[in-house]
Ligand binder design. Structure first.
Ligand code: ARG
Length: 476
C-alpha cells in the first residue's frame, strides 16, 4: 500500500488495504494484533461444526435462490463448491487458518477461492451470529439422537440383566448397612428407572434445541425477507426461533443439555460407585470383565475397576461445564456477544463425555457377573429379615413398638451366639418374656419369603420385578 493510494481512496487501494489488514477490516487503520488474532479465534475448536455449517449454507443458498437473490446456476455452483469443501475437510487436505478466525470464515473464504464472486454472495441476508447458532443446534440435535439411541441400547441391556436376576437375592442397603432382602433384578430396575428419566429429559430438551435461528441475521432480521419456514423444513427443524434477538443470543438449549447430561452422569456415578464397592474383595458381589479392568504398576494382584471409577470422576467435569455455561450466559445483554464463543468447548466436552460414558456402560453392564452365593450370605448375615419378624409379631396382635423391641433382643442374641436369625431356635427367638413366636416363623425368616411378601407395584417380589420388566419392554 503506497501513501498515495491510501490517501486517494481508490478501489484498488481499498482492496490492497483489505489484504494487508486482514479479513473484515475495511474500517480499521491497522492489522489485528497477532496475540489478539489467536486469542479471539475459535477455529481450533469450532471446526468440528463444519458439516453442520455446510448443511446450513446449502439450505441458505437454496432459500436465496427461491427468493430471487441468487440465480439458479449460482445456487448450483455454490452447492457444488460446498460439497467439494466438505470432501476436502474429510480427506484432511483442507487448510484451516487461524487468521480466518472461525469455521464459518474458513469455509466461506475457500468458497470464494473456488468460485470467486458468486461465493461472495452466499452471506447475503445472513450473519455469523445466526449461522453459528444454527450450526450448534444442528450439531447438538445430531448428538442427542446418537446418545438417546445408545441410551435405549443400555436400557435394553439393563432389562436383559435384570431378567437374569429376578430371583437373585441380595441385601438392600440403607446407610450402606444391610437393611432388607431384595432381588438383584429389582436393584437393576432402579438403575433402569433413573436412565429412563434421563433419556426422557434429553429428548424433551431436543424439542427446544430443534428450532431454526437463520433469518435472524446479526440481530434484527434482514431486509431480504427470507422464507424461514422452508429453511427450517429443509434442515428438519421443528420450527423457527420466534424472535431474532433471542435467536442469536440465548444458549439456554445448550445449558439445558448440560443439565440433562450432568444429571445422567450423576446417576451413572451412583451406579459406578456401587460397581466399585461390589467388585471389591470386601463385598465380592460381582465380577467385572477383565477387559474393563486394569492392573497396578506395582501390586501384581490388583484388578482395578478403572472404568466405573473414571465415569464417577467424569461426572465432575460435566457438572463443571453446566456451571460454566450458566455463568457464561448470566448478565449478557441482548443480543449476540463474543462471550458466546465460549459455549463450544464445554458443550462439546459434555457431549463427548456423556457419549463415552454411555458407551462404556454399554460394554460393562451385559458382562456383570453376580456372585449369587456371596450376595445370599451377606443377606443372611445382615439380619435383613428382622423387619419381617416384627411384621409377623404384628400379625399375632403384638403392637409394632413391642414387636420392634422383641426382635431387637433376638438380633442381639443372634449376634452373641454367632447365628443368623433363621438359625435361632424358637426359644432363642422368643427370649425369656415372650412365647408368641411359633414354628411357622421360619417361613417368614426365609429370604425368599421376605421378598415374595413385597408383592405390590414397585415392590421387590420376583413377580413384580418380572411385571416391571415386561411393562418396560413394551414401552421402550
Ligand atoms: N466464532 C463465533 C462464535 O462462536 C461466531 C460468531 C461471530 N460473530 C461475531 N459477531 N463476531 O460465537
Amino acid at each position: 500500500m503506497t501513501t498515495h493510494s491510501s490517501q486517494n481512496n481508490s478501489s484498488t487501494a481499498t482492496n490492497s488495504q483489505a489484504q494487508s489488514k486482514g479479513l473484515l477490516r475495511g474500517r480499521f487503520s491497522e492489522a489485528t494484533d497477532a496475540f489478539v488474532e489467536a486469542f479471539t479465534a475459535s477455529v481450533t475448536f469450532d471446526q468440528r461444526l463444519y458439516a453442520q455449517d455446510i448443511r446450513g449454507s446449502v439450505a441458505h443458498a437454496h432459500m436465496l435462490g427461491n427468493i430471487g437473490v441468487l440465480q439458479k446456476d449460482e445456487v448450483e455452483q455454490i452447492v457444488d463448491a460446498l460439497e467439494q469443501i466438505s470432501a476436502e475437510i474429510e480427506a484432511g487436505s483442507f487448510v484451516w487458518s487461524v487468521p480466518l478466525e472461525d469455521v464459518h470464515m474458513n469455509i466461506e473464504s475457500r468458497l470464494i477461492d473456488l468460485i470467486g464472486d458468486t461465493g461472495k454472495k452466499l452471506h447475503t441476508g445472513r450473519s455469523r451470529n445466526d449461522q453459528v447458532a444454527t450450526d450448534i443446534r444442528l450439531y447438538l440435535r445430531d448428538a442427542i439422537d446418537r446418545i438417546a439411541a445408545k441410551q435405549t441400547d443400555l436400557l435394553n441391556a439393563l432389562l436383559d440383566l435384570a431378567e437374569q436376576h429376578i430371583h437373585t437375592i441380595m441385601p438392600g442397603f440403607t446407610h450402606l448397612q444391610a437393611a432388607q432382602p431384595i432381588t438383584f433384578g429389582h436393584h437393576l430396575m432402579a438403575w433402569f428407572e433413573m436412565l429412563l428419566r434421563d433419556r426422557e429429559r434429553l429428548l424433551d430438551c431436543r424439542k427446544r434445541v430443534n428450532k431454526l435461528p437463520l433469518g435472524a441475521a446479526a440481530l434484527a432480521g434482514t431486509p431480504y425477507l427470507p422464507d424461514r419456514e422452508s429453511v427450517a423444513r429443509a434442515l428438519q427443524f421443528d420450527g423457527i426461533c420466534a424472535n431474532s434477538l433471542d435467536a442469536v443470543s440465548d444458549r439456554d438449549f445448550a445449558i439445558e443439555f448440560c443439565a440433562a447430561a450432568a444429571l445422567t452422569l450423576t446417576h451413572m456415578s451412583r451406579w459406578c460407585e456401587e460397581l466399585v464397592l461390589w467388585s471389591s474383595q470386601q463385598f465380592n458381589f460381582v465380577e467385572l470383565p477383565d477387559r474393563f479392568c486394569t492392573g497396578s504398576s506395582i501390586m501384581p494382584q490388583k484388578k482395578n475397576p478403572d472404568v466405573p471409577e473414571l465415569i464417577r470422576g467424569k461426572t465432575g467435569r460435566v457438572n463443571g461445564h453446566l456451571m460454566a455455561l450458566l455463568t457464561l450466559m448470566k448478565s449478557q445483554p441482548l443480543a449476540y456477544n463474543k462471550d458466546n464463543q465460549e459455549d463450544k468447548e464445554p458443550l462439546f466436552d459434555a457431549i463427548d463425555t456423556l457419549e463415552d460414558c454411555t458407551t462404556a456402560l454399554l460394554g460393562l453392564v451385559p458382562n456383570i457377573v453376580a456372585n449369587k452365593e456371596v450376595m445370599r450370605e451377606a443377606t443372611l448375615k445382615g439380619f435383613t429379615t428382622a423387619t419381617d419378624l416384627a411384621d409377623y409379631l404384628v400379625r399375632k396382635a403384638v403392637p409394632f413398638r413391642d414387636a420392634h423391641e422383641i426382635v431387637g433382643q433376638a438380633v442381639q442374641r443372634a449376634v452373641t451366639l454367632g447365628k443368623t436369625l433363621e438359625e435361632l431356635s424358637i426359644e432363642e427367638l422368643n427370649g425369656p418374656d415372650s412365647s408368641v413366636i411359633t414354628q411357622d416363623v421360619y417361613q417368614v425368616l426365609s429370604l425368599e419369603g421376605s421378598v415374595a411378601a413385597r408383592d405390590h407395584a414397585g415392590g421387590t417380589a420376583p413377580s413384580q420385578v418380572s411385571a416391571a420388566i415386561n411393562h418396560a419392554r413394551q414401552h421402550l
